[in-house]
Write a protein that binds this ligand. Structure first.
Ligand SMILES: Cc1cc2nc3c(=O)[nH]c(=O)nc-3n(C[C@H](O)[C@H](O)[C@H](O)COP(=O)(O)O)c2cc1C
Length: 210
């Protein structure tokens, strides 16, 4: 009797463990397809709806950002966020004062492609892989935002201009990056008002080595 009971308990455990393994596999599959959709549908956006991103949503996106892997665990970046379009316009006007040719570009609105929110990411001078940390942080921000319908555009040129524009210096002080940190790039964020086609990628960039 006891032997039969034990056998039946063991059989139940085997069935349960198989079922839970199958469930796990199915769940991982679900997550992968969501991730695939988020990654493959993301595009750089330069036209925005007139809609602000709530601070609660920004908090989640930024938390995802700083949970990216980072070298030696030292988080060799600093992050500042401006979600006031008026302040972004002021900052852009300061740059345009020094670089009027920028403002003459066709379709120019401001140096942040007119986004309602911009994340400023600074790299740390004293760590050789800080830019990797900054890139991983940024990609987490970009993908997290897109998973919630918020689009983005990385802006390297804006950072270059901000770092070299004397008129922008007071605003850079306001960003208040610590000693040793320098603005590396910006990420414009907002709700998208365009759906650009994907730009083709060069698959030959990837090669397996046997
Ligand atoms: C480091 C970096 C700097 C970039 N700088 C700019 C920029 O200054 N202005 C801009 O409009 N787009 C900029 N981009 C966006 C790229 O143009 C865009 O990612 C690329 O064309 C691929 O298009 P996709 O993001 O839609 O796939 C930058 C992207 C990266 C990663």
């Amino acid at each position: 009797m006891i032997k039969r009971l034990l056998l039946s308990v063991m059989a139940t455990l085997v069935v349960l463990s198989c079922a839970s393994q199958n469930n796990q596999t199915e769940n991982i599959g679900d997550k992968l397809s969501t991730m695939d959709e988020v990654i493959m549908s993301r595009r750089s956006i330069r036209k925005w709806q007139d809609k602000t991103i709530s601070r609660d949503t920004l908090d989640i996106i930024l938390k995802h950002g700083i949970n990216a892997p980072n070298g030696k665990g030292i988080q060799a970046y600093e992050v500042r966020v401006i979600d006031k379009p008026e302040l972004l316009k002021e900052l852009s006007a300061a740059v345009a004062k020094d670089k009027p040719e920028v403002a003459r570009r066709r379709g120019f609105k401001n140096i942040f492609v007119d986004a309602p929110c911009v994340v400023f990411i600074a790299a740390y001078d004293d760590y050789d892989l800080s830019q990797v940390d900054c890139g991983l942080l940024g990609e987490n921000i970009i993908l997290s935002a897109w998973s919630m319908g918020i689009a983005s555009c990385c802006l390297g040129s804006s950072a270059r201009m901000l770092n070299t524009s004397p008129s922008a210096a007071p605003y850079m002080q306001k960003l208040d990056f610590s000693e040793g940190y320098k603005l590396l790039y910006c990420i414009a964020l907002g709700y998208p008002d365009e759906e650009p086609e994907a730009k083709p990628r060069k698959e030959e960039k990837i090669r397996y080595v046997e």
